[in-house]
Design a protein around this ligand. Structure first.
Ligand code: AMP
Length: 405
């Protein structure tokens, strides 16, 4: 195969994030973002990489996703990297929900696109935008393979015991209610990179991955296969997040309806947008929360403690699910940058074989690194996630491209 470039598109309802990668050597050629699509104040920020080009910005109305992709193509063309280039091998699309069917990256045809649309009821916030992105890219380059890479795919290996809710089976099956999990591309990438860091094969290690960003999820990965993950039917379940509550007694929602007179939509907004760290202390940025704690702020401290308590519960639970753990790995914005979160999450877990080297934990670096003491039975590591690279890899591999090691 001579064409080695892959364009990765992450289409949101009013935004498109993109990266162009060369899979011949894994390098990034350009990254960018179009935001506020459909408004008068749309903005495109484009950064060419490796060509010496400067970051460029355009503002002004971009009517829809098609106009956005055309604008992206123009920016890429200015660097000789346009969508019409014969060097472009495929377009990889991040698709949030693949339901039970899509356990692998999939070349999109009409039938696959229709199935992604059928999943909209379980992913109303994400799949519609993903479908629009795929449609638009297909219209622009109908000859090119368009590959859907699903956030849920990595979790389809979960056993039924972890994936099913303990509710009436017929109701669950009729409405496709089960635990799907999200952030799968990140969990897949990070668990594999952890194996590299340990100098082992992914099949030979058990890992707990803690993806702590504004959204947050944990997963238990045994021999490269996901055994459990903290997000469920939607990304609301599990850890305390920036604005989401994570685990909560479902009866809280009945109570809010019956006693507080809230509507379903109001409760949805409360639990997804006004809860988690922001609900507890008014801030969802961990840097700001740490600054407030250092200044003696008690509500910020309580929010931090609740966040850590939940995280610890999941580390313990997934330790039990896996039986033997080789590594606990932190990733995403908080996991990669917030040393106090990592220190607090594993504090007191020496009996489980977890012990941090505090100097290593405080160090900052771009790459993957071990932060546990040399004598700890379980390695604790920071492994930066790279969902775009993983989408590009999976896309390129699916169309028969050969990846460098
Ligand atoms: P993500 O969703 O992975 O982009 O992560 C975003 C979150 O990472 C932000 O809301 C911050 O809470 C957190 N974050 C980013 N940088 C830092 C930092 N240096 N220290 C603590 N938290 C950080």
């Amino acid at each position: 195969m001579t064409a080695t470039r892959v364009l990765v598109l992450n289409s949101g309802s009013s935004s498109v994030k993109y990266q162009l990668l060369d899979m011949g050597n894994g390098s990034r050629l350009a990254v960018g973002l179009v935001e506020r699509i459909g408004e008068q104040t749309s903005r495109l920020v484009h950064t060419p990489l490796g060509t010496g080009g400067e970051k460029r910005e355009r503002t002004g109305p971009i009517a829809d996703h098609e106009a956005a992709l055309r604008a992206v193509s123009e920016e890429l063309s200015a660097d000789g990297l346009g969508l019409d280039s014969p060097d472009l091998a495929a377009i990889g699309h991040r698709v949030v929900h693949g339901g039970s069917r899509f356990s692998e990256p999939t070349v999109v045809d009409d039938e696959v696109l229709a199935e992604i649309e059928r999943l909209i009821p379980v992913a109303p916030l994400h799949n519609p935008a993903n479908v629009t992105g795929i449609r638009t890219a297909r219209a622009l380059r109908p000859d090119l393979p368009q590959v859907a890479v699903f956030d849920t795919a990595f979790h389809t290996t979960m056993p039924e015991s972890a994936a099913r809710y303990a509710i009436d089976v017929e109701t669950a099956d009729t409405h496709r209610i089960r635990r799907y999990g999200f952030h799968g591309t990140s969990h897949a990438y990070v668990s594999r990179e952890t194996a590299k860091l340990l100098g082992k094969a992914p099949e030979d290690i058990n890992v707990i991955v803690l993806h702590l960003g504004n959204g947050a999820s944990a997963s238990a990965v045994a021999g490269g296969r996901c055994m459990d993950t903290s997000m469920g039917l939607t990304p609301l379940e599990g850890l305390v997040m920036g604005t989401r509550s994570g685990d909560i007694d479902p009866a809280v929602t009945f109570h809010l309806q019956r006693v507080a007179g809230m509507s379903t939509d109001e409760i949805d907004v409360l639990l997804n947008k006004k809860s988690g760290l922001v609900g507890l202390c008014g801030d969802n940025d961990m840097r700001e929360i740490r600054r407030r704690i250092d200044a003696g702020d008690r509500s910020a401290l309580l929010a931090f403690e609740i966040y850590i308590h939940r995280l610890k519960k999941y580390i313990g639970a997934y330790y039990a699910v896996l039986g033997r753990v080789d590594a606990v790995v932190f990733t995403a914005g908080v996991g990669e940058n917030a040393a106090p979160v990592r220190a607090a999450a594993v504090a007191g877990l020496e009996e489980l074989g977890l012990a941090l080297d505090s100097a290593r934990n405080e160090e900052r670096s771009e790459g993957a690194r071990i932060i546990s003491t040399p004598y700890a039975r379980v390695t604790v590591a920071v492994v930066p996630t790279d969902e775009e690279l993983e989408i590009a890899r999976q896309t390129f591999a699916l169309i028969g491209g050969e990846l460098p090691d």
